[in-house]
Every structure is written in C-alpha cells, then in structure tokens.
Design a protein around this ligand. Structure first.
Ligand code: F6P
Length: 342
C-alpha cells in the first residue's frame, strides 16, 4: 500500500481544498494511504503531518483556504534543509509527494525530484496565473470574480463623486488578474508589470474621458507594475521576493494622477480579499481535475510532472518545462483591453 504525501505551499487560494480532495479520492480508489503534510514545505522540514482519511476530505469542496495550511518556507535556501526533507520523507513513510503550489513551491518539488530522487508530482496553483505550460492555475478565476465585484462597486461611487479611483490588485510578474478583472469590469486603464506604465498616456486618456462628459474613471493597477518615482521596498519573503503590497503602487499612481490632472483621485488596495472566500465553480472543477490526475501520475510512476490545462484538456507537463519562465500576459489580450480605455 503506497502512502502519498500532499502539501499546499505559497499564498493560499480558494480551490486548494478541491485539489486536495481530488488527490485523496483518486488515491483511495487505488487503495493508497494519503498523508497531509502541514503548512507546505515547513511540514516536511519538521515532519508534521496528519492522515487524510475519507472523512477529512469530505465537506471541503466549497471551503476556501487549505485544510493543510500553507507557508512560504523555502528548503532550497540551505543544503541541510533539503537533507532534512529527504530524511523526513522516509521518516513519514512516504512513497511520493504531490506539491500543490506556484513556481516557488513547485521549484522545491523539482529540486527534490531531480537532485535527490524524491518522487514528486506538482499541481499548478496561484492567483497570479503565471505558472508556465498551463492556461489556468487554481485560484485565478475566483480572484478575478472578486476584482470584478470590486470594480463594479467602485464604478458607482466614482461616478457619484466625479472621482478617479485606482484599484491595486495582486500580480507580481504577470498582470493576468488585472487584465481579466479590468476587462470584465470595464476599467478605463489597466497597468501591468509586462508593460512600462506611461503616466502621460493615462493622463491623456482621463482628460479625453472628462472632455467627452465622463467625469469619473476606474483604473486597475497590478501590484508589480513599474511606475516612475516608485518607492523602493527592501522587505522580502523566504523566496527573496519583495513584499509588493508595501510598495503601494496604487497610492503612488493615484497621487501622480491627481497632481497631473487636478482630478480628485483615491486609491484602494484590494489585498488578501482576492485570495479569500469560496472557490468559484471553475476553480472547484479545475482543482478536482488536476488533483485526480496528480494521483494518477503517482500511480503510473510518472514523477517530475504536473497536470496542466491546455485547450480544456488535462495534459501532463514536465515540471522542468513548466518552470522555465513566468507565463506573462498575452499582449493580444491586452490590446483588446486597450480598445476600451477611453
Ligand atoms: O502568491 C502570489 C501572490 O498572490 C502575489 O500576487 C502577492 O504578491 C503575494 O502572493 C502576496 O502574498 P503574501 O501576502 O501571502 O505574502
């Protein structure tokens, strides 16, 4: 009887529990035992785990967050930590690990598999939607729904008060949430990390709108967008990423717009509300499908792979290939969004 370890690492998102349920239910069909490793790689480092029984994965489909907890613990920082992970893999009696996470979490799974021979399978999860080789990651769809709801609400108050409202959303290297959310919500400008932000262009748009009688605007900015005059932030997480929320790009942009146009401009940082609440139907189905396939990959002994979504089908992709680079926004999509900027 095989024992599969499952963990969720990095920023939590709604849809993780469906993925855990997908892995576990398919594994039970194979007659396997399933072990939940707590708080991502921290749980492996400290050998903290629980058995995932059928009861434990019941009633979790609609629940946001992750029943296993998460962390940004990075064992790759120290050789001794990687050694410990291998040691605890054996200590916990595991035969394989299914790591559900974004590029950081998956890069640890790849290193454990490639360099240490630990049988690992990945599952792509991140609201940023920037893992390579998959069209969608778990958590993205739910986050977009939250952003659209926020934009709808900002529109009415922006219009009443004749203001410019700047909404800052998550998105470190890729502006997928900003583009999908902004397009669906009817944003008047969308600033993303993939494209240098041109204040003059924004100001021209806003003035044009104003001249045409529209005395309000809603702008969406991804937290990773580069704006001239941004304050530098030193604080970083365990994977070396700057804590972007502290850059407050939305606030900076709002101040610059107000100074350049004279229009009253306010900023709002949407923050972790984008990662909270129940998963959308899409994220539930995606989580279940990817989870089921991950358990099948273990059963087939196909390690170093992750299931991915391509053209509505679940396909197997080598982790190495998926982690080659960040999947940034398709500029054709951004051009569609630009049609509606003024
Ligand atoms: O996991 C990606 C992400 O959602 C980024 O968009 C964001 O910068 C980061 O997580 C914030 O994470 P936390 O607040 O948990 O450190």
């Amino acid at each position: 009887m095989k024992n599969i370890g499952v963990l969720t690492g990095g920023g939590d998102v709604p849809g993780l529990n469906p993925a855990i349920r997908g892995v576990a239910r398919r594994a039970f069909q194979f007659g396997y035992k399933v072990t939940g490793i707590l708080d991502g790689w921290r749980g492996l480092l400290e050998a903290e785990a629980i058995e995932l029984t059928p009861e434990r994965v019941s009633g979790i489909l609609h629940v946001g967050g992750t029943i296993l907890g998460s962390s940004r613990t990075n064992p790759l920082k120290k050789t001794a930590d990687m050694d410990k992970c291998v040691e605890n893999f054996k200590k916990l009696g595991l035969d394989a690990i299914v790591a559900i996470g974004g590029d950081d979490t998956l890069s640890v799974a790849l290193a454990l598999y490639r360099d240490r021979g630990v049988p690992c399978v990945g599952v792509p999860k991140t609201m940023d939607n920037d893992v390579g080789e998959t069209e969608f990651c778990i958590g993205f769809d739910t986050a977009v729904e939250v952003v659209v709801d926020a934009i709808d609400r900002l529109h009415t108050t922006a219009e009443s008060h004749h203001r410019v409202l700047v909404l800052e959303v998550m998105g470190r290297h890729a502006g997928w949430v900003a583009v999908y959310g902004g397009l669906a919500g009817g944003a008047d400008y969308i600033a993303i990390p993939e494209r240098p932000v041109d204040l003059n262009e924004i100001v021209a748009h806003l003035k044009q709108r104003y001249a045409s009688g529209k005395r309000f605007s809603v702008i969406v900015v991804a937290e990773g967008a580069e704006i001239q005059g941004m304050k530098e932030v030193e604080e970083r997480d365990a994977f070396g990423h700057v804590i972007l929320a502290k850059r407050a790009v939305g606030q900076t942009l709002a101040e610059q717009i107000e100074a350049a146009t004279g229009f009253e401009t306010r900023a709002m940082q949407l923050g972790h509300v984008q990662r909270g609440g129940s998963p959308s139907a899409f994220d539930r189905v995606l989580g279940l499908r990817l989870g089921v396939r991950a358990a099948e990959l273990v059963h087939e002994g196909k390690f170093g792979y992750m299931p991915a979504l391509k053209c509505s089908k679940i396909v197997d992709v080598p982790l190495e290939q998926a982690l080659k680079g960040t999947r940034t926004v398709d500029m054709e999509l951004y051009e569609v969004a630009r049609v509606f900027f003024c």
